[in-house]
Design a binder for this molecule. Structure first.
Ligand SMILES: CC(C)(COP(=O)(O)OP(=O)(O)OC[C@H]1O[C@@H](n2cnc3c(N)ncnc32)[C@H](O)[C@@H]1OP(=O)(O)O)[C@@H](O)C(=O)NCCC(=O)NCCS
Length: 178
């Protein structure tokens, strides 16, 4: 298994991985939704506001994650990890955690200070995330599941309060993703 930065020429293969993985785990409509989300992310986000990483086996993509810019009124350098997919037949082998740690280390080397995500705390706590109350750091849109708002500092021991609003990239700026 190899971990690397994604190749933007592989848009269709990556869209299909997300579509298939989320269809398997949460049904076809969720698969379509997340497939379209990653398509939008890859096609509408400035390169400097997006990181993508893939896990490959025999040149086939078996996992993929994205981090997109989260902007605050103060100039903290922050990214949002989402979405994350490991091909159904490769789940539960540690690949998700390895790929996320690979991505976090790359962001840290690039000077990113904070990483956020929105998902299952049980899984994301394995890669350093913990719950952050919205009164400490606001999410960009209204959360249907506030317990899933998670953060970690890549440069300090803990996440400090950030005043003011936050803004996600355009592809994420839809209530159905939150
Ligand atoms: C969630 C996902 C990314 C995890 O990747 P993975 O490679 O299967 O996970 P790893 O092997 O690195 O880690 C496995 C651990 O995470 C936990 N875990 C895996 N999927 C989980 C999930 N959906 N919810 C909670 N915990 C989960 C397992 O219980 C396991 O913990 P254990 O070792 O204590 O038993 C992957 O299963 C996946 O793509 N699922 C479908 C899409 C999805 O749910 N994406 C994330 C949206 S928040």
């Amino acid at each position: 298994m190899k971990l690397s930065t994604y190749n933007p020429s592989n848009i269709e293969g990556i869209k299909q991985l997300f579509n298939k993985t989320f269809s398997d785990s949460e049904g076809q409509s969720e698969g379509l939704l997340i497939g379209n989300l990653v398509y939008d992310l890859m096609t509408s986000t400035d390169g400097c506001n997006l990181y993508g990483f893939v896990a490959t086996e025999n040149e086939q993509i078996i996992g993929c994650i994205f981090f997109s810019k989260l902007t605050f009124e103060n100039e903290v350098n922050a990214f949002l990890l989402s979405p994350v997919a490991i091909h159904t037949s490769y789940q539960g082998k540690g690949i998700g955690q390895k790929l996320i740690n690979f991505g976090l280390n790359t962001l840290k080397d690039d000077g990113v200070e904070l990483a956020f995500t929105y998902g299952n705390p049980k899984f994301y706590s394995k890669v350093g995330f913990s719950h952050i109350a919205e009164k400490l750091v606001k999410a960009p849109l209204k959360l249907t599941y506030p317990e899933g708002w998670l953060a970690q500092s890549l440069v300090r021991d803990k996440v400090e309060t950030i005043t003011g609003s936050s803004y996600c990239v355009e592809a994420f700026n839809k209530p159905e993703y939150w």
